[in-house]
Write a protein that binds this ligand. Structure first.
Ligand SMILES: Cc1cc2nc3c(=O)[nH]c(=O)nc-3n(C[C@H](O)[C@H](O)[C@H](O)COP(=O)(O)OP(=O)(O)OC[C@H]3O[C@@H](n4cnc5c(N)ncnc54)[C@H](O)[C@@H]3O)c2cc1C
Length: 484
């Protein structure tokens, strides 16, 4: 039988897209299953069996020469120095606090390195910052800086984030590749990258790719996986690769997702799924009449310090300036975590009224008109994601994280959350897809299936020797700033 893959998935890879309709589990009524060798439960990124021609540096570097390789997505350098700071009285310059934070960060990153190499107890990174002299708790301006520096990237506050793995995550992404961040605003959507990668190994209308196919049930065993979809079809394969988001796995465990797994996962797997955190990251967009633009056209960022609530509509970004979409009149504000849950639970009009109050405090009550358009996605509610991306909480060891990666019989896992170093970022999903693809390919070639380690008993700390490939630790976290 020729090597053949069937790919199940969902076309909704655009940032504001969705692909779900009604979900009906028809697994008991399906008489026969289509047989194949490997099922990839959603073809989001390169899944590795057929290797894409790009290497990671080319895909993820912000180097200008390599930009074209990320499928010509429109992007502009995010200039973090282009920022004005505000509080409830309007413009107030507290930018000198950035240096205080950076001084503390330099201490915290050294401390994290010591914890990692000496097998010491990890802690939440807010504690580490406190010990390093950065104490934002009673100062709204410091809290705004704290939010910009931490929550904006990790989608969780520092007191809910591991010191060691938070620092590793930053080092391996920004020190290893580049500290430069570019903002992507391509109107074709985020799935331009996904489609670009897929075009390297799938034909147009490739019958192996099943879009808009909702997986409703996955029955897994040691030597096969059977998958049912909401349209009544059934597929059986020797192996299946599941790249559903951590949010979907968590919801499935709670019986709250459109998909269920049978039998229930072993205890070590369930604890790992429950133990890693899934964040919500919400961008709230407003579009004003360009003739009425009230913010400085040349400034990219506007930071607001709420007098009462940390993370309350704190960071505003202009898409109207040079390099973005000049004349668009678009401004957006980002919230995460609890604030995201709040805006997701309330209606658009309530949120709009709240953001207008903040904008009028920042720029003047008489300066801010009613916008002509307003929208935001609710990532925590979409049934194919149930969140935005993962974060590493304090108290989770590398062993427990490895349990999230490890296969359960013939069912294999990949996705942004399964990478122990790049978790949360797109390159995590890319490399994990590649890793599991190669593992399954080895199995199919008839050799010994690579053994993915799992830990039924968890130890309290991570021994230095465990930071190795067997636990997904492929690059050193001791990086120096700059491109590789
Ligand atoms: C608002 C936001 C901003 C972000 N910003 C950045 C950034 O600046 N930089 C960065 O590197 N990363 C960023 N990310 C994170 C990045 O987008 C993710 O890490 C990455 O997309 C994860 O890819 P994945 O393949 O692991 O999972 P997902 O993207 O969640 O893909 C999982 C797929 O599974 C499918 N699926 C789920 N359930 C089913 C089912 N029952 N049946 C069939 N298919 C199903 C879904 O449709 C989806 O296509 C951001 C994410 C969000 C939401």
């Amino acid at each position: 039988m020729p090597a053949m893959r069937a790919v199940l998935g969902c076309a909704a890879t655009a940032l504001f897209g969705t692909c779900y309709g009604a979900v009906i589990d028809q697994r008991d009524t399906t008489p026969t299953c289509q047989e194949t060798q490997v099922l990839i439960l959603e073809p989001y990124l390169d899944s590795g069996i057929i290797e894409a021609e790009l290497n990671h540096r080319e895909v993820f570097s912000t180097d200008e020469d390599n930009q074209a390789k990320i499928y010509h997505v429109e992007n502009t350098y995010s200039n973090y120095s282009s920022i004005l700071t505000y509080n409830e009285t309007g413009y107030t310059d507290y930018t000198s606090l950035f240096d205080d934070y950076e001084d503390a960060y330099a201490t915290v990153e050294q401390d994290a390195g010591t914890i990692l190499t000496e097998n010491l107890l990890d802690r939440n990174i807010a504690t580490a910052f406190t010990l390093a002299g950065w104490q934002p708790r009673r100062d709204p301006a410091k809290q705004a800086i704290d939010w910009w520096e931490w929550d904006w990237e990790w989608s969780f506050p520092p007191d809910q984030t591991s010191e060691v793995f938070g620092i590793v995550n930053y080092n391996t992404t920004f020190y290893q590749y580049s500290e430069a961040n570019n903002y992507v605003f391509d109107s074709r959507g985020f799935n331009t990258i996904v489609k670009g990668l897929a075009s390297e190994y799938l034909e147009p209308d490739d019958p192996r790719l099943l879009l808009n196919t909702i997986v409703t049930n996955i029955t897994h065993a040691a030597d096969s996986v059977t998958v049912h979809s909401s349209d009544g079809r059934c597929f059986r394969a020797r192996h299946a690769i599941c790249t559903f988001s951590l949010g979907v796995l968590q919801a499935a465990h709670a019986g709250a997702a459109p998909v269920s797994f049978h039998p229930a996962f072993p205890a070590w797997k369930q604890a790992a799924i429950a133990g890693i955190a899934m964040g919500i990251y919400t961008k709230i967009f407003l579009q004003f009449d360009p003739a009425e633009q009230f913010w400085d056209e040349g400034t990219q960022f506007f930071l607001y310090a709420s007098p009462t609530t940390r993370g309350y509509y704190p960071l505003w970004q202009s898409l109207s300036g040079p390099g973005f979409i000049p004349g668009s009149g678009i401004l957006f504000v980002t919230v995460v975590d609890e604030q995201s849950r709040t805006v997701e639970a309330q209606d658009d009009e309530t949120t709009l009224q709240q953001v207008l109050v903040v904008l009028r405090e920042m720029f003047g009550a008489d300066k801010v008109p009613y916008p002509k358009a307003f929208m935001y996605p609710r990532w925590g509610q979409v049934p194919w994601a149930f969140g935005s991306y993962s974060n590493w909480p304090p108290g989770v060891t590398l062993e427990q994280h490895q349990n999230l990666r490890a296969n359960v019989g013939a069912l294999w896992f990949a996705g942004e959350a399964t990478h122990p170093e790049y978790y949360g970022f797109l390159q995590a999903a890319y490399f994990e897809g590649q890793r599991v693809g190669w593992d399954v390919a080895e199995c199919l070639k008839g050799g010994r299936c690579p053994s993915e380690v799992n830990y039924k008993t968890l130890h309290g700390t991570t021994n230095a020797s465990q930071y190795s490939e067997v636990n997904g630790w492929e690059v050193t976290s001791f990086q120096t700033i700059g491109d590789v």
